[in-house]
Design a binder for this molecule. Structure first.
Ligand SMILES: NC(=O)c1ccc[n+]([C@@H]2O[C@H](COP(=O)([O-])OP(=O)(O)OC[C@H]3O[C@@H](n4cnc5c(N)ncnc54)[C@H](O)[C@@H]3O)[C@@H](O)[C@H]2O)c1
Ligand SMILES: N[C@@H](CCC=O)C(=O)O
Length: 543
């Protein structure tokens, strides 16, 4: 029984630890990495109260050392999808009726577990399983995930306090019920925080979920489940299954209790899902909520007044951190000819210093791409570009998959602003540059806007306020997250709500109050204190 309006602690972004030489966090992380390396773990699916093991195994290996085995996960089939839906629906009533502060407490406790005793473990799992260096793992699986949990608890409270006006004689109220049914959380490989947040924020709002992660993220997904269970999440609220996407989709998207999808992944997959939901629309009890954040072809445009060092730093970090496998990664840049030679010189100097290798060696800035399929696809783009007479190689261009899926940070220069690598999402460490004449700045802004179907992130570098203003107006629909004099990556929860428009998604801004509104089904209640007892208007009966 809740007899008070409780106040969720005001969230503050989790500080990013620096893992400097001799620091306790570095020692703890090295220990967790060694532990992870030394074991071969058996990863179950989590369905209701059961830890489900099957005979069909998925091998889990570090992308930077694919011969090494970290563990095996049990792969499920259609029967496990049915079981997960049933477990979710069985848990629904108790979970939906639990007072919201208990739900908040569970997820706030999970945040504290991640910030403290599980920090090294979740970061090590992300470093080993997804090949993120220590800094990239820290900003993702520790800080961003912790922020998602704490900020969302705070936003949930804000939603619940939102109430309508009432006039004399009556009391209007709105209650924010969870959705009627279960929600499918379908998550990508590249961010542990996103994978955890997609089911967690939905569950926080009182919903039950079936969660299917991308296979390369299973190793860290298992740690997320460990944390949530230790935080007290009841069985059946989040059911984690490892099943082929289309197999899961075929059952889930035909189920009458399917109430919504929380998706992050590629545009193509999201469009297929939306279409399937449309085809099945008459089967559902309620119109499903469709929330999806998808791909990008993120740009950097420099004005002739740009600061070259700031611009090149934005390009290097924006394009090559986590091997360009961020939906926000800078992958096309528009540089004015007056700056090109200085930009090129600085870019080559920076890239020469960058080391590539496994994540256990903390001096490596670049690690491996996620798997062989991604490696082959990215290598294909590089090979084709090398053959094109519209493209010249500025830096990198080599790759090797003998030990790990390593691709050098690669920079191309093109004379064709519509060349493939200026338009398509590559999702790897490949940046293509187009050099324009400074007097064509406005025309180039139009080119930036019209070149790709995406509108996720973009950045303008300029010291000229009129140029910045023009860029903001011309690119008003080109990016959901727009950066001025900064790289287009690295959004922070509570500071730069993240998401894109056009083909980049529904722009529901993960980790913001806007996103949480999608997971409630409001009920408006009007209570009249003294009910009328006569149907007639006062003037009835008179001429
Ligand atoms: N906008 C954002 O916030 C954001 C964030 C992270 C990643 N992304 C995007 O995600 C993509 C990279 O992640 P990914 O490779 O894991 O994406 P993906 O689309 O290949 O996979 C996403 C999820 O969908 C599943 N899936 C794939 N095909 C399916 C199908 N036919 N039916 C049902 N499920 C299916 C996958 O198994 C995975 O769990 C990139 O396009 C990137 O831009 C976007
Ligand atoms: N939110 C992350 C990108 C997530 C997509 O992969 C960023 O802002 O860089």
């Amino acid at each position: 029984m809740n007899n008070a309006f409780f106040k969720v602690p005001t969230p503050i972004n989790e500080p990013v630890l620096n893992y400097g030489p001799g620091s306790p966090e570095k020692a703890a992380l090295k220990k967790a990495l060694a532990e992870g390396r030394s074991k071969v773990i058996d990863v179950p699916m989590y369905i209701g109260s059961e830890l489900v093991h099957t005979d069909k195994k998925i091998k889990l290996s570090p992308p930077h050392d694919h011969q090494h085995v970290l563990g095996y996960a049990s792969e499920g089939d259609a029967s496990h999808v049915h079981q997960a839906i049933e477990a979710a629906l069985a848990a629904r009533e108790s979970w939906a009726n639990l007072s919201w502060e208990h739900r908040a407490s569970i997820f706030l406790k999970a945040a504290d577990l991640l910030a403290g005793p599980y920090r090294a473990k979740i970061n090590a799992a992300t470093m080993l399983g997804q090949s993120k260096n220590a800094y990239q793992a820290e900003i993702d699986s520790a800080c961003e995930f912790i922020d998602f949990l704490r900020f969302n608890a705070y936003f949930m409270q804000q939603i619940y306090t939102g109430q309508p006006e009432s006039v004399r004689g009556l009391w209007n109220r709105v209650e924010y019920r969870p959705l009627e049914g279960f929600v499918f959380a379908l998550t990508p490989f590249n961010f542990t925080a996103i994978a955890g947040n997609l089911p967690a924020c939905v569950a926080m709002m009182g919903n039950v979920t079936v969660w299917k992660p991308a296979y390369p993220q299973i190793y860290s997904a298992n740690v997320i489940m460990e944390v949530l269970r230790e935080a007290g999440l009841p069985d059946g609220v989040i059911n984690l299954i490892y099943v082929d996407g289309p197999v899961a989709g075929d059952i889930i998207f035909k189920h009458p209790d399917f109430a919504g999808i929380h998706f992050t992944g590629s545009t193509k997959v999201f469009q297929t899902i939306w279409q399937t939901i449309g085809e099945n629309i008459s089967k559902y009890k309620t119109y499903p909520r469709i929330v999806g954040e998808t791909g990008g072809k993120d740009f950097v445009i420099a004005h002739e007044s740009a600061d070259v060092k700031a611009l090149v730093t934005g390009l290097v970090r924006g394009a090559f951190e986590y091997q360009g496998q961020k939906c926000s990664a800078a992958s096309r840049a528009y540089i004015p000819s007056n700056l090109w030679s200085a930009v090129k010189e600085q870019l080559l100097a920076d890239l020469k210093e960058i080391k590539m290798g496994g994540t256990e060696d903390f001096s490596n800035f670049v690690n491996a791409v996620i798997d062989e399929r991604a490696f082959d696809k990215i290598a294909g783009y590089i090979d084709n570009a090398k053959k094109s007479d519209k493209v010249s190689l500025v830096a990198g261009g080599n790759y090797d998959k003998s030990k790990g899926y390593f691709i050098e940070p690669t920079v191309f220069l093109t004379t064709d602003p519509h060349y493939t690598t200026m338009c398509e999402e590559i999702f790897g460490p490949v940046l293509t540059i187009y050099v324009y004449e400074p007097q064509d700045f406005e025309k180039t802004l139009e080119l930036v806007d019209s070149t790709s179907p995406y509108a996720l992130t973009g950045a303008i570098f300029s010291q000229d306020r009129y140029a910045i203003d023009l860029g903001m107006r011309k690119l008003v629909n080109s990016a959901g997250n727009f950066y001025i004099n900064d790289k287009p990556t690295g959004a922070v929860v509570g500071q730069q709500p993240f998401g894109g428009a056009r083909a980049s998604g529904t722009n529901d801004k993960a980790g913001s109050i806007l996103n949480l509104y999608r997971w409630v089904q409001p009920r408006t209640i009007k209570e009249t204190f003294v009910s009328p007892t006569d149907y007639k208007y006062p003037f009835l009966g008179e001429e």
